[in-house]
Design a protein around this ligand. Structure first.
Ligand code: COA
Length: 336
C-alpha cells in the first residue's frame, strides 16, 4: 500500500515524543551457551547479537508498553488524560482478548483513549504509525500513542537453538500529534503484506486453528517457528524495496537520508540493505547487539534511542524500515 495519493488530503503529523523500556535482566550469549548447543562466536558472526533483555515473570507486555509510553508522553508534554488513541503493536499480547492496549490504557489512566492492538509482527510499529498518521491526519484524533511491545521470551522454545538465540523483550513508544509550523513531519509511509508466505515464520499453536490441548501440550506449538534462510532472503528484498518506495514517495534520494533506522533482526540483513541503498554505514542506527530482535518493539526502541542520543536534528530526513512475519513489511520517511 502506498499512502502518497491520500497524503495530500490529510493534515501532516509529527512525532512529538518517544520513549522506550527494556527489562533489567540481561541474557548474554555466554548464558545461552549453558542452555542450548551454541556459541558466542556462532551467534555473533551469524547475527551480530551479543545479549538480549528478558522480562521478569510478573512483567507482561502491557507493563513494558506502559513504561515506554510514560516516557514518550513526558517528552511530548502530553498528559495521559489527553490521549485519545492508543495502538499497541504486538505478537505477544497479555491475553488474546482484551487487547494489550486496553491494559495500557488502564495502567496509565488514559480514560478517554480508544485502545486496540495491531498484529503485524516486526512491522507492527510502522503499521501503527500509518494508522495514527491517517487518523490524526484526518482529524479524528488529536493525540495518539503508538507502541511496539513484546515479551517474546514467553513464546520461545528455549530448547530450539534456531530461534532462542535471536529474540528479546522490550517496548518503544511514540506520541503522534498534528504537525506545527516549526515541527518535523511524517513525509511518506508504505505498508505491504504477503500472506502466501505465512508459514515461514509463525507461532502455529494457541490460536483457533490449533488450540493447545492436553494431547499436544508437549509439542510446544505456542512458540516461534521459523525457516531462517528463507526469511532472510525475503527480508533483504522486501526491506530494500520498501526503503526505496519511502524515499521516492517522499521526493527524496538515498543521499538525503541522515539516519536509517532498520528493523533490528540480523546485522547481515542490515548490511545487505545498506549496501544496496548506498547509505553510509555510519548513518545506520544499530542496537541489536544489545537487545536482539524485539519484533514490533525494535524500530520503536531504536527510534527512541536515536532521538535521546541526539542522532537526529530538526530537519534531518530519517528512514524507518521493517519486515516480519505475515510476511509483512513497512517503511516511513520522516522529517525530524
Ligand atoms: N548455534 C549454533 N549453530 C546453529 C544455531 C545456533 N544458535 N542455530 C542454527 N545452527 C546451525 C544449524 O543447525 C545449521 O547446521 P547444519 O548446517 O549442520 O544443519 C547451521 O547452523 C547453519 O544454519 P543456517 O540456517 O544455514 O544459518 P544461517 O546462516 O542462515 O543463519 C539465521 C541462521 C537464523 C541467523 C539466519 O537465517 C537469519 O537471521 N534469518 C532471518 C531470521 C530473522 O531475521 N527472523 C526474523 C525476521 S523479522
Amino acid at each position: 500500500m502506498d499512502s502518497s495519493a491520500a497524503a495530500s488530503a490529510l493534515r501532516p503529523v509529527q512525532i512529538a515524543g518517544t520513549g522506550s523500556y527494556l527489562p533489567e535482566k540481561v541474557l548474554s550469549n555466554a548464558d545461552l551457551e549453558k542452555i542450548v548447543e551454541t556459541s558466542d562466536d556462532w551467534i555473533t558472526t551469524r547475527t551480530g547479537i551479543k545479549e538480549r533483555r528478558i522480562a521478569a515473570e510478573d512483567q507482561s507486555t502491557s507493563h513494558l508498553a506502559a513504561e515506554a509510553v510514560k516516557k514518550a508522553l513526558a517528552q511530548a508534554g502530553v498528559e495521559a488524560a489527553d490521549v485519545e488513541l492508543i495502538i499497541v503493536a504486538t505478537i505477544t499480547p497479555d491475553t488474546l482478548t482484551p487487547a494489550t492496549a486496553c491494559y495500557v490504557q488502564k495502567q496509565l489512566g488514559c480514560d478517554r483513549a480508544v485502545a486496540f492492538d495491531v498484529s503485524a509482527a516486526c512491522s507492527g510499529f510502522l503499521y501503527a504509525l500509518e494508522l495514527a498518521r491517517t487518523s490524526v491526519g484526518a482529524g479524528a484524533f488529536q493525540n495518539a500513542v503508538i507502541v511496539g511491545a513484546e515479551k517474546l521470551s514467553a513464546y520461545i522454545n528455549w530448547e530450539d537453538r534456531n530461534t532462542c538465540v535471536l529474540f528479546g523483550d522490550g517496548a518503544g513508544a511514540a506520541v503522534i500529534t498534528p504537525a506545527t509550523a516549526d515541527s518535523g513531519r511524517v513525509l511518506s509511509s508504505q505498508l505491504g503484506t504477503d500472506g502466501n508466505q505465512a508459514e515461514l515464520l509463525s507461532i502455529p499453536g494457541g490460536g483457533s486453528a490449533c488450540p493447545i490441548t492436553v494431547d499436544n501440550a508437549s509439542e510446544r506449538l505456542a512458540t516461534l517457528a521459523m525457516q531462517g534462510r528463507e526469511v532472510f532472503k525475503h527480508a533483504v528484498n522486501a526491506m530494500k524495496r520498501a526503503s526505496i518506495e519511502a524515499i521516492e514517495t517522499a521526493g527524496l534520494q538515498s543521499s538525503d537520508i541522515k539516519l536509517l533506522i532498520p528493523h533490528q533482526a540480523n546485522l547481515r540483513i542490515i548490511d545487505a540493505i545498506v549496501e544496496r541503498l548506498e547509505i553510509d554505514k555510519e548513518d545506520v542506527f544499530i542496537n541489536l547487539n544489545r537487545y536482539g530482535n524485539t519484533s514490533a518493539a525494535a524500530v520503536a526502541i531504536a527510534l527512541d534511542e536515536a532521538n535521546r542520543d541526539g542522532r537526529m536534528q530538526r530537519g534531518d530526513k530519517i528512514l524507518l524500515v521493517a519486515f516480519g512475519a505475515g510476511l509483512t513489511w513497512a517503511s516511513a520517511a520522516i522529517e525530524w
